[in-house]
Ligand binder design. Structure first.
Ligand SMILES: Nc1ncnc2c1ncn2[C@@H]1O[C@H](COP(=O)(O)OP(=O)(O)OP(=O)(O)O)[C@@H](O)[C@H]1O
Ligand SMILES: [Mg+2]
Length: 360
């Protein structure tokens, strides 16, 4: 798939801006604070209904306006789709898909698929497990509505279960009440774990291949999903999940939160056998993060039959020449949006100049 057109109205520092993208490499050059990341953010927003930078969508409304609008035309194999999103000052978001209003914002997820990379994405490697789970979840949610649904349900049930644990109920009544929540948590949790295992299993080879390319054949990357339950079919996992919840009941009541579940899982990432999360050099960590993203692209195509759009915000300047040209080579087969202060690579591309919230 590729984006034909983006129009921004009162989005961040853009008043009313239309941009027509080419199918290949689109480079957005501009000084610091000109609006490059803002543009990349708007595309991410059209794909996932949220910002990669903030949980408060209203921050994306231009300071002088009351509402922000993002319109994106996506070309897919069989037809084009029009995404129209708005945000108002109460943080309320509205979505029109092909001109029809949608009651759920999550209906936008999957229409436009993006793989997003910014220097911030390094958190995925360096920081705690939640960042790595986020990576897996965002990818799976874009691939499958069922996964998105299960994840939303799981998080709601988990929040309610934790609320109960904090409510001050006695141990006996807790034991009885929690049972209902545990069944739900086990049901959705087992589904999520199963999907994540399969995802990482498939991703392994692709990530290894990308990392080998990026590192000039020097480094071997390996991935594995870290979970207290082993890989199994969903039914078996559901039973084991429920048993583990039961077994951690005492601990949960002492600590007032749910200590077992897939909200605690992690992704193990090693380069040549050492844990890159803890011991990797900056360059290795950056390459590992990029390799995961390229593996994500491969899987997308396998699952959906379409290539996603690649967004690379401010990534080139941090890579050495070799890795830079490898990266451009790897992204040449899909629509790519690159933002940078200056683009000096000798590859054919459509260039845009960004200046004070204007793109020309
Ligand atoms: N809601 C908003 N309304 C108006 N302007 C905003 C809003 N949010 C951010 N800005 C401004 O947009 C400007 C451009 O931000 P952006 O992050 O896109 O810059 P950039 O081109 O990516 O710069 P850099 O090269 O430093 O990454 C910033 O100066 C910021 O003050
Ligand atoms: Mg920026």
């Amino acid at each position: 798939m590729f984006i034909r057109k983006v129009r921004l109205k009162d989005f961040r520092n853009y008043k009313d801006q239309s941009v027509e993208l080419s199918e290949g490499l689109n480079v957005f050059e501009g000084e610091n604070a000109s609006g490059k990341t803002n543009f990349a953010e708007s595309v991410y927003f059209a794909a996932l209904g949220k910002s990669p930078r903030t949980a408060h969508s209203k921050e994306m409304i231009n300071w002088a306006a009351k509402q922000a609008y993002v319109y994106v035309t996506v070309a897919k194999k069989f037809r084009d789709h029009e995404i129209a999103l708005s945000i108002d000052s109460k943080d309320k978001k509205r979505l029109l898909l092909d001109g029809l209003p949608c009651s759920k914002l999550s209906d936008v997820v999957g229409v436009l698929n993006v793989v997003y990379f910014s220097p911030d994405e390094l958190k995925m490697i360096k920081e705690g497990p939640s960042e790595r789970r986020r990576f897996i979840d965002i990818s799976l949610c874009q691939q499958s509505k069922n996964y998105l649904y299960a994840l939303q349900k799981y998080n709601t049930v988990l929040a309610q279960r934790n609320k109960l644990l904090k409510s001050g109920l006695g141990v006996n009544s807790l034991r009885e009440t929690l049972f209902v929540w545990d069944c739900q948590l086990a049901k959705y949790g087992a589904y999520i774990i199963n999907k994540r295992y399969l995802f990482i299993q498939k991703m392994k080879e692709a990530a290894k291949k990308s990392h080998l390319l990026l590192s000039g054949g020097k480094e071997e990357l390996s991935l594995s999903y870290e979970c207290d339950l082993g890989f199994d079919d969903t039914e078996v996992l559901e039973k084991e999940f429920a048993q583990s919840l039961k077994a951690s009941f005492e601990k949960d009541t002492e600590l007032f939160f749910t200590t077992f579940g897939c909200h605690r899982d992690d992704l193990d990432i090693t380069v040549d056998g050492t844990d890159v999360r803890k011991f990797g050099s900056q360059g290795q960590q950056r390459s590992a993060a990029l390799s995961l993203k390229f593996a994500e692209i491969d899987l997308f195509e396998e699952e959906t039959g379409e290539k996603p759009v690649l967004l690379l915000d401010d990534v080139l300047s941090e890579l050495d020449e070799n890795r830079r040209s490898k990266l451009l080579e790897m992204s040449s087969s899909l629509q790519t949006v690159i933002t940078c202060t200056e683009f000096e690579e000798k590859v054919s591309c459509t260039r845009f100049r960004v200046k004070n919230g204007n793109i020309s």
